[in-house]
Design a protein around this ligand. Structure first.
Ligand SMILES: O=C(O)C1=C[C@@H](OP(=O)(O)O)[C@@H](O)[C@H](O)C1
Ligand SMILES: C=C(OP(=O)(O)O)C(=O)O
Length: 431
C-alpha cells in the first residue's frame, strides 16, 4: 500500500506516544529467559515486537495477552528445540536470539526480507559466538543463519562494537546463563552506546548482575545466574515520537505528545534538545512534550550516534531549516533496514531537498521556502524513511506518494492514524 502525503501547513492535537519498541523486545526476552511468570504492562504492538512474541513462543514461552498487559511464563535457560525461527525484518530480535539460541541444539533463522534484513551484516556476532564454541553456518555473515549451540561454557569473548551495539547486547543477554563466568571485551569504537544502557537497565530489573565500567569496554558476567520473573512497565517510544515531534516542528502547530519520560535512557530523547537548538518553541515537563511552532527552524550540528533512530526525523526537520545542518558520526546508519545515508538521501533529493552525503555524515542545506515534492518515493522497506519522508511531504509544494508505506508497521503501525488525528493530509492509496 502507498501513502499520499499532501502539503499540510498546520498540525494540532494531542496523542499518546506509542510504547517503546526497544524496551518491549528486551522485556519480552528477559521474561522468556526467566523460569516463572512475568508481567509486562503496555507492551508495544508492531511487526518487530510481534516477531519477538512469535519467536519466544516458538522457543517454549507461554504468552497470555489482554489490552493492557502480557503475562509470560518463561523457559529459563532451556529453550524448546525448534528447527526454524522467523524474525521478519527485526534486526535487534535476530541478533538477540542468535545469541540465546546458542542454548539450543540446532536452529535456522530464515531469510524472509532478502532486500532488507537479508542484506545486513552479522559477522561480528557470529565471530563472538564462534569464540564460545558455537557452530554457525551463514551466507557471508548474512541470513539464512544456522546456529548449532548446545552448551557453550563462557570465557573470554571479544566482540567488535564498530557496526552495531546489538551484538554486545545479545552477548549480555546470553552470558549470565552459561555454566562459567564470561569476560566480554568490546573492540573498536562502540556505536549506539546509549542503547546498551537500556540492555543493562533491563538486565538489572531482571535480577542479573553484571560488572562493567562506564566506558563499556570490559564486562564481567558471572555464569549460572537466573533471570527473575518480575513486573515491567514499558515507557513511551522516543524514536517513533521523534517523527511526530519533527512534523510538528516544521508546520504551524500546537501538538502535545504524552508518555515521554524526561529521564529516559533512550538516546532518541535528544530529539527534544535538538528541536530546542533549532529554536522550535517547546516545553517538556512531567512526561509531556508540547510544541507550538511557527514552522521556522535554525540549522544545527549534531552527533547522531547518540540518537541513532531519531536522526532521519531530525534530518527531515533540517530540510526546512535556515542554514546548513550537519549530522556526524552516523556511519552505522548504512547498516540498518536500508542504507539510511545513500538510500535516504536519494529519496530526499527526489523530493527537492538539498542534501549531501559523506561516509559518516549527512549535510543538509535547508530550504525554509519548502521543497517541490510531486514525486514517488521508494520506502526501501524502512519504517524510518517512510516517517521522515512524510514529514518532508507536509512541507512540499506538491503531494509525495510513498510506495509501500505499510512497512511503517515495523515499529509504528498507527503512525498515519496519529498523523491524521493531528490534521495531516495523508491517505492510503491502492497500487
Ligand atoms: O538494541 C536495540 O534494540 C537497537 C539498537 C540500535 O541499533 P545499532 O546498535 O545497530 O545502532 C537501534 O538502531 C535499533 O533500532 C535498536
Ligand atoms: C534499526 C532499527 O531496528 P532493528 O535494527 O532492530 O531492525 C530501527 O528500529 O530503526
Amino acid at each position: 500500500m502507498d501513502i499520499l502525503v499532501r502539503p499540510t501547513p498546520e498540525l494540532k492535537g494531542e496523542i499518546q506516544a506509542l510504547s517503546s519498541k526497544n524496551y518491549t523486545t528486551r522485556y519480552l526476552l528477559a521474561a522468556a529467559l526467566a523460569e516463572g511468570t512475568s508481567t509486562i504492562f503496555y507492551p508495544a504492538h508492531s511487526e518487530d515486537s510481534d516477531a519477538m512474541r512469535r519467536c519466544i513462543s516458538d522457543l517454549g514461552a507461554t504468552l497470555d495477552e489482554d489490552e493492557e498487559k502480557i503475562v509470560i511464563t518463561g523457559f529459563g535457560a532451556h529453550p524448546r528445540d525448534v528447527k526454524e525461527l522467523n524474525v521478519g525484518n527485526a534486526g535487534a530480535v535476530l541478533r538477540f536470539l542468535m545469541a540465546v539460541t546458542a542454548l539450543s541444539p540446532d536452529v535456522t533463522f530464515v531469510n524472509t526480507y532478502p532486500d532488507s534484513l537479508g542484506k545486513r551484516p552479522h559477522d561480528d556476532l557470529i565471530d563472538a559466538l564462534q569464540q564460545l564454541g558455537v557452530h554457525v553456518e551463514h551466507e557471508q555473515g548474512r541470513l539464512p543463519i544456522r546456529i548449532q549451540g548446545g552448551s557453550p561454557k563462557g570465557g573470554h569473548i571479544q566482540v567488535s562494537g564498530e557496526v552495531s551495539s546489538q551484538y554486545l547486547s545479545a552477548l549480555l543477554f546470553l552470558t549470565p546463563l552459561l555454566q562459567e563466568d564470561s569476560h566480554i571485551e568490546v573492540l573498536g569504537d562502540l556505536k549506539s552506546k546509549v542503547v546498551v544502557g537500556q540492555t543493562l537497565e533491563v538486565l538489572k530489573q531482571a535480577g542479573i548482575h553484571i560488572e562493567f565500567q562506564d566506558d563499556y569496554v570490559h564486562f564481567h558476567v558471572q555464569g549460572r545466574q537466573a533471570y527473575q520473573p518480575t513486573t515491567y512497565t514499558v515507557q513511551g517510544d522516543y524514536p517513533g515520537s521523534a517523527a511526530i515531534l519533527a512534523a510538528a516542528a516544521v508546520t504551524r502547530s500546537d501538538v502535545t505528545v504524552h508518555r515521554l519520560e524526561e529521564q529516559s535512557k533512550q538516546g532518541e530523547r535528544a530529539i527534544v534538545d535538538v528541536l530546542r537548538m533549532m529554536e522550535v518553541p517547546l516545553t517538556h515537563d512531567k512526561g509531556i512534550v508540547r510544541i507550538q511552532s511557527q514552522g521556522k527552524l535554525k540549522a544545527i550540528e549534531f552527533d547522531g550516534d547518540a540518537a541513532t533512530d531519531a536522526v532521519l526525523a531530525m534530518v527531515a526537520a533540517a530540510v526546512f531549516a535556515e542554514g546548513t545542518s550537519r549530522f556526524y558520526n552516523v556511519e552505522n546508519l548504512r547498516y540498518k533496514e536500508c542504507d539510511r545515508i545513500t538510500d535516504y538521501l536519494n529519496e530526499l533529493k527526489k523530493a527537492g531537498a538539498h542534501v549531501e552525503e559523506r561516509q559518516a555524515e549527512i549535510i543538509v542545506h535547508g530550504r525554509p521556502e519548502g521543497v517541490e515534492g510531486g514525486v514517488e518515493i521508494n520506502a526501501h522497506y524502512d519504517h524510518r524513511v517512510i516517517m521522515a519522508l512524510t514529514i518532508v511531504g507536509l512541507g512540499a509544494k506538491q503531494p509525495l506518494r510513498i510506495r509501500d508505506a505499510h512497512h511503517v508497521a515495523k515499529s509504528y503501525p498507527q503512525f498515519f492514524e496519529h498523523m491524521t488525528a493531528l490534521g495531516a493530509l495523508v491517505e492510503w492509496v491502492q497500487e
